[in-house]
Ligand binder design. Sequence first.
Ligand code: NAD
Length: 436
Amino acid sequence: MRVCMIGAGYVGLVSGACFAEFGHHVTCIDKDERRITALNAGEIPIFEPGLAELVDANVRQGRLEFAAETGTVAEADAVFIAVGTPSRRGDGYADLSFVYQAVRDIAPLLAASAVVVTKSTVPVGTGDEIERILRDLRPDADLPVVSNPEFLREGAAIQDFKHPDRIVVGTDNARARETVANVYRPLYLNAAPMLYVSRRTAELIKYASNAFLATKITFINEMADLCEQVGADVQDVARGMGLDNRIGNKFLHPGPGFGGSCFPKDATALLKTAQDHGVPLRIVEIVSAVNDQRKRAMARKVVAALGGSVRGKTIAVLGLSFKPNTDDTRDSPAIPLITALQDLGAKVQAYDPAGMEQAKPQLPAISYCGSAYEAATGADALVIATEWEQFRALDLTRLKGVMARPVIVDLRNIYRSDEMQRAEFRYVAVGRAGVE
Ligand SMILES: NC(=O)c1ccc[n+]([C@@H]2O[C@H](COP(=O)([O-])OP(=O)(O)OC[C@H]3O[C@@H](n4cnc5c(N)ncnc54)[C@H](O)[C@@H]3O)[C@@H](O)[C@H]2O)c1
């Protein structure tokens, strides 16, 4: 089949490369010409494990190509829209301008037999609006619009795309359903469940899923705060809860609050949809508010670890991306943590294996270092903000040797208190006993 992806970002590029791997002929189209030039030169503009190899193999086999122009849309059986839907500045609604612009761009070119599939995360009813735009611009054709939300996680995107828990297909149109089923056929032969629902239902499944996961994270974060006050260990609480199959052990890791390009903006957009329909979503409201406060509040942990003030102190921060194995720093908890530390008078030196370039516009006034040890050099405290593998087994003796004071604030709970005690660090963790 011939497939076009509109938008070659995290979702478009990964989905496009995986569809090509299934054997389809795929064109990833992005209006960012520099991105397309880089891709055509064999450079991958995002950090995602395994993506470079996958793209390279499929380009070489002639199944994957990149274009800044929309021309190839004319031959496509299915055109997927995978452009960004960020929070709209000022009011928090999902900004759908990229989606609608993409639809207007492709409308004149679409074959009468084509199917338009929305992969971007869009509020309930967006598919109806896309259909209206297409009807206006192409009164000659009956172009169905499907909602096919994407659930991949950055950092494990290829694995997630190839082995999804489910594929949600929202449409009432038989032809569209068959086209999308054909695109995904290699996956459901491997028993990935296809869930056929109405378009509005599919749109809501995505938001409900993200809001639920965000709720789980926030729940265990609050339990961690309580553990600190009552002398319990949140890791054990999470394990004890997670072994219950009704609860499950995923997303019960306490930390500095959820971030990334999806959960925060999707929770806000869901709240806006609910408000517009007069339905209060109090749980999601609280989750969003608690999480916002938490990110900056993490700075207080650092202040307390340094005896009440960070003014004039140097703080090393390890990790800027919102999670490991990605360069994505959008809404990363490390950003408000660092700005709070700066506001309190600290000097920050940071290291991230992949996210430093992305972080620079948001954090122009910190020192960017070449390694964890360089960041730690001369620091009064070291904060672990993202649990990259390479931060899990730092040489504690070396670290102690380069730091001004042996203080570690582990916001991801990746170290054990007894090893910190042996290495003679002051150690602060989340929701469990540290070392004084
Ligand atoms: N990143 C994730 O982990 C993830 C997971 C699931 C769903 N989503 C959703 O998928 C969508 C895309 O997210 P992303 O992280 O891939 O975004 P992204 O910002 O990485 O990529 C979007 C790309 O679309 C391009 N673009 C914008 N308008 C265009 C147009 N008219 N024509 C062609 N290209 C255009 C941009 O230049 C950009 O390269 C969002 O709705 C997001 O919420 C993201």
